[in-house]
Design a protein around this ligand. Sequence first.
Ligand SMILES: *Cc1c(COP(=O)(O)O)cnc(C)c1O
Length: 390
Amino acid sequence: MTHISADDLRFDIATRAVHAGQEPDPSTGAIMTPIFQTSTYVQQKLGEHKGFEYARTRNPTRDALERNLASLEGAQHGFAFSSGMAATEAVLKLLSSGDHVVSGENLYGGSHRLMVQVLERFGMSFTFVDERDPKNFERAITSATKMIYVETPTNPMMRLVDLRAVAELAAARDLLVVVDNTFATPIFQRPLEHGADIVVHSTTKFLNGHSDMVGGAVLTSLDDVAERLAFLQNAAGAVPGPFDCWLTLRGTKTLALRMKRHDESGRRLAQWLVENPRVRRVYYPGLPDHPQHELACKQMQGFGGMISFDMGSFDAARAVAEGTRLFALAESLGGVESLIGHPATMTHASMPASLRESMGLSQGLVRISVGIENADDLLADLEQAMEGAG
Ligand SMILES: *Cc1c(COP(=O)(O)O)cnc(C)c1O
């Protein structure tokens, strides 16, 4: 019996989620990948070993996770990191001083902070564009541009990037296209199939799915990029511990099931919010009146459980965010439990207020991560919080 690798794309993604990268432990038959809690490996002779020398460079539990995630994204190579930010940093370090990146403007706040407050100090430059129109990326490209960096759907405005269109204009100019696929997960969107070069994940969110670790991953099918990423992963050293890799492996086994549930409940709650007179506007790509719904149907297989809605004022938003009982007020997303947050003061507080406001990220905006609880219970919880908001 051999393990299911990224080459075995004839298996459905739900099957690969359970098996890819994992095989019963050859020494014991243990069906679960062991947690190889070790820093080093004994060598047989000088220069003779079993492929493992030091655990920053390689660890068998991490290997299994990297193969598993690569398989889910349909990639040839996977790299696990100690956080989503470490994964993003490694990808941006493929570039050098003087290089320019065109990025979508509606990014995870921490990604924006890393670019502007850290990497610009090292001579890299970034231009942020409205990601809804591919032409905006084209217009911002200069002779120094090396990379296009996007999220889709975006956090928290749920804007979409036309991956195929952006990949085509980048390919014509030899630019790398990087997609943060944290929100959609490979269950609902596989950017490499649309021409992207690199996928980034915060595995902290849906991939692990249980709000009990922090991690990141980078997936690609480009051999030369993979070689440089392996070098950066080892040289900079932001690697995850084996226990966190093991937790993530356990998480991905149920990813397909969990995403189906997030999606079903997400669609239901989004529709209920649209019909609620207290709610000014709902942002969810699964709604037929989302301005990019057609694109969502083209490049995604589901819409998930992330919904943003505008309550019209800071006070109304605060009353809802503080008034729920099942939805917990917290940063993060993608766990089995439902969370509620206020992007302007929480996840996106590090983004300039002018940029927040220009893209509609108002003080009245509330973001929910719909968990896998019973949808009737979640709906009733939102309803009582809205009533309390007056
Ligand atoms: C959380 C998040 C990140 C950062 O990941 P960490 O694991 O918190 O470092 C990056 N992108 C998106 C879309 C996220 O939601």
